[in-house]
Design a protein around this ligand. Structure first.
Ligand SMILES: [Zn+2]
Length: 148
């Protein structure tokens, strides 16, 4: 894993701790000695997402992470804090539903968590998610807002 500060050097693991489906790791950059914490997934959860039209697709960690990152864009959170928020949301999604979950329910979990951490991110996510009802459409819309 690359150092988030200098983005040049690889990092070593100082400490590893299992936290359910995540491993919490203390890492240190081999070059600049920057220390940070990561939450890394042990196994990709085998979870199905039921879409609004009733079809199912595999749960996609990247998709979830993208949506949350967009909502938190330009808010006062570091990459590590953002990753922790994503991990906590994913934890709630994966833990409560063993086999399948409605995409709507995922949205509600995200909304609930964002409301706890940042009001602006919450309003951003809710306004677009409610209107469009899917993370993909939300992403497109959020990209418009951020001028991409
Ligand atoms: Zn570094």
């Amino acid at each position: 894993m690359l150092c988030p500060l200098c983005k040049i050097s690889d990092t070593k693991v100082l400490d590893s701790r299992d936290e359910d489906i995540f491993v919490r790791r203390r890492r240190e950059c081999l070059k600049c000695n920057y220390r940070f914490t990561t939450f890394e997934r042990v196994d990709p959860p085998s979870l199905k997402v039921i879409k609004r039209d009733g079809t199912q697709e595999d749960y996609d960690h990247q998709k979830l992470a993208r949506g949350i990152k967009l909502a938190l864009e330009k808010r006062p959170f570091s990459c590590t804090q953002t990753d922790v928020i994503i991990s906590q949301i994913e934890h709630a999604i994966v833990n409560n539903h063993k086999k399948a979950i409605d995409s709507k329910e995922i949205g509600e979990i995200v909304v609930k968590k964002l409301r706890d951490v940042d009001e602006v991110a919450y309003i951003r996510f809710v306004s677009v998610f409610k209107k469009f009802g899917s993370a993909k459409k939300f992403q497109k819309e959020a990209e418009k807002f951020s001028g991409k």
